[in-house]
Structures are given as C-alpha cells and as structure tokens.
Design a binder for this molecule. Structure first.
Ligand code: UDP
Length: 238
C-alpha cells in the first residue's frame, strides 16, 4: 500500500509518563492538552500514534518483584490501551475522528490492528491510535513505534520526551557541559550508547532509513510543532 497522496504522515510516540504527568494513572488535563494540540494539525498532517504504558505497569519491573515476565508484559500492554482510550476521548471532544487499533483483540473498545485499514483512516483525516504494543511480550512500545511507522509509511517518527527537549551529549540533569544536538545519526547514537529509544527500535529505524525527531513535551505547542514538521528538538537520521 503505497501512499496515495503527498501529505505529511507522522508516527507520534507518546510514552506512558506523558499521560500520567509523572504519576500513576492518567492526568486528564495533560491528556486534553496533548489532544488539543494534535487536533490543531488534523487536515494538514496525517497522524498515527503509538502509546506507551509506563504510567501503569512496566513488565520488566513487575518481573523483578517476582512475576512471570510474559504475564507482566501483558499487564503492561493492557495499560497502554487505557491511555489510548483517554487520548481518544479528548481527541473526539476536540472534534477529531479517531480509531484505536489494538494488537490484542478486545472488540468492545478497539479495532484489531489492520495496517491497510489504518492507512485508510489516516487518508480520511482520522487519527489512529495504536494500543497494546505489538501484542508480544519482551517488546517495547518504542520498537512498536518504529514498526508501525514503517508499516503505515510514515515520513518520520516523533518521540515525545518528558523532562528533556532533545538529545544531549550527556545527561543535562547531571552534566553541566552537556550540549543539545541539532542532528545525530543512528550509528553515533548506537556507538555512544545514547538511549533516545531502545536499541531494537533504533536499529529498525537505521536499517530502513526512517528519520526520528526527539523533542520535549514541555514547551507550549511543542507536540503540534513536531507534528507540523518544525525543526524542534533533535533530528536522528540513518
Ligand atoms: N509491552 C510489551 N510488548 C509490547 C509493548 C509493551 O510487552 O509490544 C509491555 C512491557 O511490559 C512494557 C509495558 O508494556 O514495559 C509498557 O510499555 P513501555 O514500557 O514501552 O511504555 P513507555 O515506556 O513508553 O511508557
């Protein structure tokens, strides 16, 4: 399914911490703010979203406290679906048609993940929200963001970060000499062990020449800016 038009299409990755405003669960004001920004771009840019779930559960953490890793990962995936529904609600309140597609079947709340249907939704100005990760334990939603971006032929992956506004030469919270980078290659990021997303995801983007913009959530209007293609944050390329 090649793209049938020349509109910009992006895959926005929103991690769980973005939804919780740093806490457990969903912070409605935060989600409304993000939804309103995305709504302002609909009609100009086609946006698909992969949603994380770290504001509920992270499988690896639950496994450390003794749970079976796979079962813990399924809990993590189910958490992402709650974030999807919250985002869908605020997007629809803002007048945007949305579809949630889940990688784990739950027909009452979400469509199944059907890539060609997702593309059709995007072409019709619907925002598509992908939930439940890949439906597979031992994966992360970062990896799913890269995979979904490739499968729906997105032009760019947009990684929304909390607490940092791009990629730095070192941790800006610890090292006062840390410098923000305008651009970076995946090779450099992998070589210098800069963790803008997990390594599987970065390798997938690198191998398929998919560009990624890493930007901070904090500035007013940053999500809309990134979606619209403004040069904020750091651009990572193959
Ligand atoms: N997860 C998984 N498979 C996937 C995606 C997610 O098992 O394809 C689980 C995993 O346990 C992960 C949790 O869901 O810790 C929440 O996702 P993630 O940690 O990627 O969310 P984020 O860090 O973006 O909030």
């Amino acid at each position: 399914a090649e793209k049938s038009n020349h509109r910009r299409r992006v895959l926005l990755k929103l991690s769980g911490e973005v939804f919780g405003g740093g806490k457990l669960g969903v912070d409605p004001d935060t989600v409304r703010g993000i939804a309103d920004q995305i709504a302002s771009t609909v009609g100009t840019v086609e946006t698909a979203i992969v949603v994380g779930g770290g504001n509920f559960f992270r499988g690896a953490q639950l496994a450390e406290s003794g749970m079976d890793r796979s079962r813990a990962d399924y809990m993590g995936m189910l958490g992402t679906v709650m974030n999807c529904l919250a985002l869908q609600d605020f997007l629809e309140q803002a007048g945007v048609e949305t579809r949630v597609q889940s990688a784990i079947s739950m027909a009452q709340v979400a469509e199944a993940y059907i890539p060609r249907r997702a593309i059709r939704h995007l072409e019709k100005d619907r925002v598509v929200i992908f939930g439940a990760g890949a439906g597979l334990p031992y994966f992360s939603t970062d990896t799913v963001a890269a995979q979904r971006a490739l499968e729906v032929h997105a032009d760019e992956v947009l990684m929304a970060k909390s607490g940092v506004d791009g990629v730095y030469t070192a941790d800006p919270h610890k090292d006062p000499t840390a410098r923000k980078l305008e651009t970076l290659t995946y090779d450099d990021a992998l070589r210098q062990n800069i963790r803008v997303m997990d390594q599987t995801a970065m390798t997938m983007c690198k191998d398929n020449k998919l560009a990624m913009r890493v930007f901070g959530m904090e500035g007013a209007g940053n999500v809309a800016s990134a979606v619209l293609g403004e040069q904020i944050g750091t651009l990572v390329t193959a």
